[in-house]
Write a protein that binds this ligand. Structure first.
Ligand code: PLP
Length: 451
């Protein structure tokens, strides 16, 4: 593709370094520039309309172009555009949103701390865990265990939690004190003849072995997404979470649920923790909290975390942490309105009702010669591509097949996401059957074109 001089695409190439993009390739191909959005659709500058089958980045739960959220932002901006939450100051939107999140939490929680991205929330989590360990007189108990293929962000610390090679390679990560245990992907990691439950037991045994090897007195917390998202939509095997939690309890290790994708309806319950019976000490949330209309994230913490942190701040004289925009009033007001929409329109119930259709229809792609596995729960799923179904291998180099399929599916009017050898789907919670039919038809056509 030749970029027209001074076109919007050429200006993008001239001035903009993109996230998760091959920068040299971008210089050749340029961007697709998205101009507007409405409901489950977005439209680019050439007027081509797509179903956004990824809800942007797993995040636009209520759909694009929701006027109520624009109005909520405008009202709050005109009343109080900014205030902070440092040194005993507060404002109504942050207070109301904190109260609301505590009321919504699936287990008894104590306090909410606001941040601006999923990465910042998980980065802050590590700082709270360290602060708490020092407060409790356990300065050696600071290691955190995450999982291979877990995704928790991209700051130095949260990228260290992330268990994906490209988030570490050439960044000199992971940092010390962050470890990665077995990825709970049954289809790929399960042994021949091993049941799902036995595989879950093996994952829990691997975790326990790692804790014992490190010394339980050095391990502070375990972090996991109820369903892994950016690692390729990996749904935990049956009994996984109960077995993992039993190990953590045994060694007095905090459980952090990264609900950045799962939170607010994605798995068919308000939180992924409810879908899998997870009882976390800390939850991190973002994305669907504001449906990504504005950047905001939060940590929801229980008393086991809050009380020692409060003691430590008192001992030192201040809790030496805070972002200018923590609990930003406009983002908080938009989040409150977004949560009101989710409740009033019963979007979590809708997600639960339509999920079987979504999963079945995507599941029908399994008869395609290039599909090895279709997995998912609620309104999140992945289609894993293979060239040999039995050997579970895809065309080389890794990711090439999904990248090609992604382009073909997108040309057919559906935006998915290529992750490794899979295509991921995570549509807005307002998705209807007719959209699902289009998503599946466009995907099948793209795969046929790939053959
Ligand atoms: N945690 C999870 C589960 C995520 O999926 C993401 C982003 O996709 C993050 C954390 C990081 O969030 P952010 O991109 O807002 O920093």
């Amino acid at each position: 593709m030749t970029l027209q001089p001074n076109s919007i695409e050429a200006r993008d190439v001239a001035y903009h370094l993109h996230s998760y993009t091959n920068a040299r390739r971008h210089e050749e191909v340029g961007p697709i520039v998205i101009e507007s959005g409405e409901g489950v659709h977005v439209t680019d500058t050439d007027g081509k309309r797509y179903i956004e089958a990824m809800a942007g980045l797993w995040s636009v739960a209520v759909g694009f172009g929701e006027k109520r959220l624009a109005d909520a932002a405008s009202r709050q901006m005109q009343k109080l555009n900014f205030y902070h939450t440092f040194t005993h100051k507060s404002h109504q939107p942050a207070i109301e949103l904190a109260e609301k999140l505590i009321a919504m939490a699936p287990v008894k929680m104590s306090k909410v701390y606001f941040t601006n991205s999923g990465s910042e929330a998980n980065d802050t989590m590590i700082k709270l865990v360290r602060y708490r360990a020092n407060a409790l007189g356990q300065p050696e108990k600071k290691k955190i265990i995450s999982r291979i293929k877990g995704y928790h962000g991209v700051t130095l610390a949260s990228a260290s939690l992330t268990g994906l090679v490209n988030n570490h390679r050439a960044f000199d990560l992971p940092m010390e004190g962050i470890l990665h245990t077995t990825c709970p992907h049954y289809w790929r990691e399960g042994h021949e003849g091993e049941s799902e439950e036995d595989f879950a037991s093996r994952c829990a045994a691997d975790l326990e072995a790692m804790i014992l090897a490190e010394g339980p007195e050095t391990v502070a917390a375990f972090i996991g997404e109820p369903v892994m998202g950016a690692g390729g939509v990996i749904v935990p095997p049956k009994t996984y979470w109960e077995k993992i939690q039993a190990v953590l309890k045994k060694y007095d290790i905090l459980l952090v649920a990264d609900e950045v994708i799962c939170g607010f309806g994605r798995t068919g319950n308000m939180f992924g923790c409810q879908t899998y019976g997870i009882e976390p000490d800390i939850m991190t949330v973002s994305k669907a909290l504001s449906s990504s209309y504005l950047p905001i994230s939060a940590l929801i913490i229980n008393d086991r975390v809050y009380q020692p942190v409060a003691d430590q701040s008192s001992e030192i004289g201040t809790f030496g942490h805070g972002f200018t925009a923590s609990g930003h009033p406009v983002a908080a007001a938009v989040s409150l309105e977004n949560l009101a929409i989710i409740e009033e329109k019963r979007l979590v119930e809708h997600a639960a009702e339509i999920a079987p259709y979504f999963q079945e229809q995507l599941g029908s792609l399994l008869d395609h010669p290039l599909v090895g596995e279709v997995r998912g729960v609620g309104l999140i799923a992945a289609v894993e591509l293979v060239t040999d179904k039995k050997a579970k291998v895809a065309m080389q180099p890794p990711g090439a097949m999904a990248a090609a399929a992604f382009g073909l599916v997108q040309a057919n009017g559906v935006i998915s996401r290529a992750i490794g050898d899979c295509l991921a789907f995570c549509p807005p919670l307002i998705v209807e059957k007719e959209h699902i039919d289009t998503i599946v038809a466009a995907t099948r056509k793209g795969l046929d074109e790939l053959k």
